[in-house]
Design a protein around this ligand. Structure first.
Ligand code: G6P
Ligand code: ZN
Length: 543
């Protein structure tokens, strides 16, 4: 006999969603009632689950299927009508966003801690996306937090575990559960957007590529798209089997964590094109033969060349970037005479601009790029758009970058991360710096003169909402910029991010090593923020 149980609940501290949903150590998520409380709080924030349709899936990390079982039983107990779930519990974040839109669902629950490692001693996460397919805006996540702090009970159906292995429809306590192929709808969308014939011809002509799925969710998507549909040789996709601990790796597609790929791409026998994606498939890394393309540059190149792909052949409406992302895309927007926007870090801030049709392409320095085809950043989308551009221009990545920098100039760019700092130390450093901001103008640091400094605030032009304290910006007289910001996605202590940027005109030195080209800016950052107080030899990550 099926019963709906109402279970007494006591609030947990720390259910405040961050940059991208609730992200915690896996063991914290596994505490009895922790996940349940948060799921009930999500339902409360959206005025109940009664009669609603949801999309559900995750990146396959440890605890993914257990969490899905719990969420399905809770959705049923809360009166949801239907849940569409990826087979085996898998759905990449962009694929989930697409399914929400395609099937006009009321929202989706996505299980992932993105690029953070997986495993019982690693990280787990849960976020809610709304009917537009995008991450819940701050007003909604605030409601989730508020409810989690006063929760007294949750509802769950007392039923056997649901079969996630077989595609098809089942009844769970009066709710329809539809298990679907996680790849099919997404692959169809990609075929609509890009010129698959041109890309297929390029592969047939001997074009070589390596895609590192980092043992995460994009493996099955990349194999279907690149190897099956586009005819790239089998073996083009490496680390293509999703595993609960991502092969004990760190599924963050940056030059540090995607070491295998980077080594191959910098070697003598490098393929023409290399790419990688993260745990849940929304980030991307792009690398040519011997040349890493920074995410900020990739955004600019994609914006400048998007019209070469069928979906964007009529041009793009505008470009948005997060504040710490370099200004490279701004200059492209200016040349194209289209709008450009600067938003706080976090894909959710692009949602309104995309919904309102003000922008078509968005991107972040944190390796996210995407367009209005979904409401998430999309790793494979970026890879396919690059492939489409390469197929049409018939040039190498290096030739395309050289041409781009000669036309627009180059923003030498790097981000230095100091991870797992004691929270108090990091907060103290930021507060100290914020207090000195007003006095910085006119001062010299490492030979650079500060022109202005502020704490970034964003006024959303669509819904009129305001977001304060989104990072400390310091602008220099010759166009260099430093941004200091605390990460909103970490699960251990605090991570300080230092974003460094310097502009070099198209007639200048365009192929220098970014760390060397930025040496003066890096020194200025140390002097301004007194980084020696962190007691570290250097940053943990340089992008
Ligand atoms: C996630 C979000 C991105 C954001 C990134 C970095 O991936 O989806 O939008 O840019 O985290 O956030 P953080 O707060 O760690 O710098
Ligand atoms: Zn991600």
């Amino acid at each position: 006999m099926m019963t709906i149980k109402t279970v007494q609940a006591t609030p947990f501290a720390g259910q405040k969603p961050g940059t991208s949903g609730l992200r915690k150590k896996t063991r914290e998520f596994m505490q009895p009632g922790f996940l349940e409380n948060f799921v009930q709080s999500i339902f409360a924030a959206i005025d109940g689950a009664e009669g609603k349709t949801f999309v559900l899936g995750g990146d396959g990390r440890f605890f993914n299927t257990d969490a899905i079982q719990t969420i399905l039983k809770m959705a049923a107990a809360n009166g949801a009508k239907r849940v569409i779930v990826g087979q085996g519990g898998l759905l990449s974040t962009p694929a989930a966003s697409h399914l929400i839109r395609k099937y006009a669902a009321d929202g989706g629950l996505i299980l992932s801690a993105s690029h953070n490692p997986g495993g019982i001693d690693a990280d787990f996460g849960l976020k809610f996306n709304g009917a537009n397919g995008g991450p819940a805006p701050e007003a909604l996540t605030a409601k989730m937090l508020a409810h989690s702090q006063e929760i007294s009970e949750y509802k769950i159906a007392d039923v056997a575990d649901i079969d996630l292995a077989t595609c098809g429809t089942q009844d769970v306590a009066g709710m329809v559960v539809e298990v679907i192929d996680p790849v099919a709808d997404y692959a169809m969308l990609m075929e609509d957007l890009f010129d698959f014939d041109a890309i297929r011809d390029m592969f047939e002509g001997g074009f070589r590529m390596r895609f590192d799925a980092m043992h995460a969710v994009t493996g099955p998507y990349a194999k279907t798209l690149l190897e099956t549909r586009l005819g790239a040789p089998v073996g083009t996709v490496i680390n293509g089997e999703p595993s609960p601990d991502f092969g004990k790796g760190h599924p963050d597609p940056n030059p540090v964590w995607a070491k295998t790929l980077m080594t191959e791409m910098m070697g003598d026998d490098a393929p023409d094109f290399g790419a990688a994606s993260d745990g849940d498939g929304d980030r991307n890394l792009i690398v040519g033969k011997g040349l890493y393309v920074s995410p900020s540059d990739s955004l600019a190149v994609l914006a400048a060349n998007a019209h070469l792909a069928p979906a964007y052949s009529n041009g793009i409406a505008g470009v948005a970037r997060s504040m710490p992302t370099s200004s490279a895309s701004d200059r492209v927007a200016e040349a194209l005479r289209i709008a450009s926007y600067e938003t706080p870090t976090g894909w959710k801030f692009f949602g309104n601009l995309l919904d309102a049709g003000r922008v078509t392409i968005c991107g972040e320095e944190s390796a996210g790029t995407g367009s209005d085809h979904v409401r998430e950043k999309d790793g494979l989308w970026a890879v396919l758009l690059w492939l489409n551009i390469l197929a049409v221009r018939k040039q190498s990545v290096t030739e395309i970058m050289a041409d781009h920098w000669q036309t627009y100039g180059r923003d030498y760019y790097s981000r230095h991360d100091y991870e797992a700092l004691p929270s108090e130390l990091a907060t103290d450093l930021m507060e100290g710096l914020a207090a000195r901001l007003a006095d910085l103008s006119g001062q010299d640091f490492a030979g650079l003169t500060v022109e202005s400094a502020d704490s970034f605030a964003y006024h959303d032009p669509v819904d009129g909402s305001d977001s304060q304290n989104q990072g400390l910006r310091i602008f220099f007289k010759d166009g260099a910029r430093i941004v200091f910001r605390l990460s909103g996605t970490g699960t251990e202590g605090a991570t300080l991010r230092v974003y460094l940027q310097r502009f070099e005109a198209g007639t200048g030195a365009l192929f220098d090593d970014p760390q060397e080209a930025l040496a003066q800016v890096i020194q200025a950052a140390h002097d301004i923020a007194r980084l020696e107080r962190l007691g570290r030899e250097g940053p943990d990550v340089r992008t």
